[in-house]
Write a protein that binds this ligand. Structure first.
Ligand SMILES: *[C@@H]1O[C@H](CO)[C@@H](O)[C@H](O)[C@H]1NC(C)=O
Ligand SMILES: *[C@@H]1O[C@H](CO)[C@@H](O)[C@H](O)[C@H]1NC(C)=O
Ligand SMILES: *[C@@H]1O[C@H](CO)[C@@H](O)[C@H](O)[C@H]1NC(C)=O
Ligand SMILES: *[C@@H]1O[C@H](CO)[C@@H](O)[C@H](O)[C@H]1NC(C)=O
Ligand SMILES: *[C@@H]1O[C@H](CO)[C@@H](O)[C@H](O)[C@H]1NC(C)=O
Length: 350
């Protein structure tokens, strides 16, 4: 290497002398080509290269550690750019990365958590709170509830752990789009994760009366993209057990004047909330509270499935996109799902 370097220094000296003494376009071009060669030769060597910020040199190039870029790792990436804090939180850089300063009533590393007051201790009487989550074009807002969920339903006793109705206190989630999201939740069964329509804002309202209070709710939210779908679409390893801790989305784009038809294969199994110690799922129901699930979201359809019964075929509205979400938590895994989709022509209503 030392030999090569000396040779290059000589070469560079010759070229600069030549540049100083010679004129004429052709000669200049030759000389520039010569400099090019010497530069590319010098870059395959690490002798003269000092990488900044803990980068190391490999074959003349700096291999940069996380959060640095540039030829010599001299550029520090700004962890606050783009702003990782939701809800217009303010980001500041720290030694470890960044911290978000969140607006009132938003919590979590990225201002991505909201909760009833004092959670998981009892919320206050006469609470009336509203949160607005701003939509981002082409992304879907997804909400996921924590396990402890308790909101007063019909009386001051023990809340109902199956699907409740007649809520005294409640949380509502609406997307501002005319859709199925507009539901009141209460009782003790944590709602399944919720995905709002593409690009839309989400309003969350929590109201309590003057009588009894419970633990309340806590949820986190995020903005999701989608992956390009294969056909058929299946959970990992299908029909063997899927991996745990999975979160996958697929977006099937609509075609004008056509309907998307989804058909499930018979083997269908995802962890429902009645499963104890990874036992058998229920083979005859679709549950409100799924631990693992597949969601189908399109136009006027918004469904969440788990358990062991394959859903009936689903037909989307004409021209509509279909979003499919598959989520597996970190506990038990089952055989999963497989579905195919077809763009079909006009449906005749008789
Ligand atoms: C962010 O900083 C601006 C300017 O200092 C301030 O007005 C605003 O209240 C801050 N926002 C939050 C959520 O702290
Ligand atoms: C709510 O009001 C009831 C009835 O007045 C009272 O017993 C209860 O302690 C109150 N709950 C809280 C959290 O203040
Ligand atoms: C599923 O788990 C296996 C074994 O742990 C792993 O090799 C594979 O990469 C995982 N697949 C996905 C899609 O995470
Ligand atoms: C899609 O799946 C259904 C149900 O398994 C099956 O009957 C149908 O033949 C499949 N269609 C295609 C095009 O693979
Ligand atoms: C689970 O399902 C298997 C196969 O259908 C059956 O043999 C077994 O008895 C079931 N176990 C329970 C606890 O229901």
């Amino acid at each position: 290497m030392g030999e090569l370097l000396r040779w290059m220094v000589v070469l560079l000296s010759i070229t600069s002398i030549a540049l100083a003494s010679l004129h004429g376009e052709e000669k200049e071009q030759d000389i520039l080509a010569l400099i090019d060669i010497s530069l590319s030769l010098s870059f395959s060597s690490c002798d003269d290269i000092n990488c900044d910020n803990g980068g190391s040199c490999f074959k003349g190039n700096c291999v940069c550690p996380d959060k640095t870029t540039g030829i010599y790792c001299e550029v520090l990436e700004n962890p606050c750019e783009p702003n990782p804090c939701y809800a217009n939180g303010n980001c500041s850089e720290t030694e470890e990365g960044y911290i978000c300063e969140c607006p009132r009533d938003f919590f979590g590393t990225n201002c991505d958590v909201i909760q009833s007051p004092n959670y998981p201790d009892n919320y206050a009487n006469n609470t009336d709170m509203t949160w607005v989550l701003s939509g981002i074009p082409d992304k879907y807002i997804q909400l996921q509830f924590d396990d402890v969920f308790q909101i007063e339903d019909s009386n001051c006793g023990v809340v109902d752990y199956s699907v409740p109705f007649g809520c005294k206190d409640y949380i509502t989630i609406t997307s501002g789009v005319d859709d199925d999201l507009d539901v009141e939740y209460c009782g003790g069964a944590r709602p399944s994760p919720i995905t709002a329509p593409k690009g839309s804002d989400v309003w969350i309202v929590f109201k309590s009366g003057s009588q009894c209070s419970y633990s309340g709710f806590k949820l986190n939210y995020g903005y999701i993209d989608t992956s390009i779908p294969t056909n058929p679409i299946a959970s990992t390893n299908y029909p063997d057990n899927y991996n745990t801790s999975m979160y996958v989305t697929w977006l099937i784009s609509g075609i004008p004047d056509k309907y998307i038809l989804l058909q499930f294969e018979d083997v269908f199994e995802m962890e429902d909330n009645r499963v104890k110690s990874c036992g058998n799922v229920s083979y005859n129901s679709v549950f409100n509270d799924c631990r693992d699930y597949i969601q189908i979201i399109t136009g006027d359809i918004y469904v969440t499935y788990c358990g062991g019964a394959p859903p009936s075929p689903i037909t989307a509205l004409e021209g509509s996109d279909v979003l499919i979400v598959f989520r597996a938590d970190d506990s038990c895994s089952y055989r999963g799902f497989k579905l195919n989709y077809t763009h079909i022509g006009t449906i005749r209503h008789i």
